[in-house]
Design a protein around this ligand. Sequence first.
Ligand SMILES: [Zn+2]
Length: 320
Amino acid sequence: MISSEFEKAPCALCGGIEFAELFKTRDYLYGVPGEFSISRCKSCSLVSLNPRIPEEHIASLYPDNYEPYSMSFSQEMLSKLVAGQDGRRMLLERHAHKGFALDVGSGDGRFLLCLKQAGWRVAGCELSEKSAAFQRDSLGLDVKAGSLLSSRFDSEIFDAITFWSVFEHLYDPLETLAEAKRVLKPGGVIAMSMPNFDSLERMFFRSKWFCLHPPFHIYHYSPKIMKTIVAEMGMSIEKVYYSTTATSLINSMKAALGRSSIMLSEAYHVDPSETHDAVSDKTISKATKRLVFNSLIVPSLKTLDLLRLGAYTNYVIRKT
Ligand SMILES: [Zn+2]
């Protein structure tokens, strides 16, 4: 990556142009070349990738095997992927009235299918045209190709809008959140998941933290800054769920050890036990791995979540 391909951008939250560099990092997941700077806005403290690759060029850098776009699966695999979304569905249903839901960045359609099977009416929008076409043609879902901003849905039609592992990829998070508010019914909810920049894992691994995911994650959020952003939109955070999985921990350890990591599941699961297979060691049996994971690792990860230091956050935002 040569420096002329980068752009410096003002802070999305306050428009500030002065930043303090926290550290430099690399893409440990897909091996996009170059060194990337993670900086904190001196005015409002929002953390960003800055300088960054311009939005019009970023799409070409997503690899063909980017995990949310894995569309070559059997019916059996599809059923498993859909069932794997139950944690997110249950989280949403704890807060939202079952009605019409929009999934922003619907990927391969697995969450929309999960909701549909549970009796929701669903729609999606997805930047990848190929993926949007797959969801329409192969899965029979109502999915537009494009961003939430370009999709121009009617006002106040959705009971729930979800952004699973999407918000941190956005170049225009505040405009997108404002648009979500416009198309959401009064009393509706927005649910989103994203890495937690104030997590113990991020503080420990610093530049080797797997969830930095440059150059694709543009802004890095914490519950504190999200509270400011949501208040700026005239909405409020109803609940923050913390969630730590083994996936990012193991991938960060690999990065720290200098090993490239191609564990493609971002695994922003509500239940950490879903990712037990992420513990990979051919020398021990699967049963032993599961025993070790369930007795030692899961309780440790759940403790982090109770202390609000978990690696991922799931926010429920209500439009009043
Ligand atoms: Zn700022």
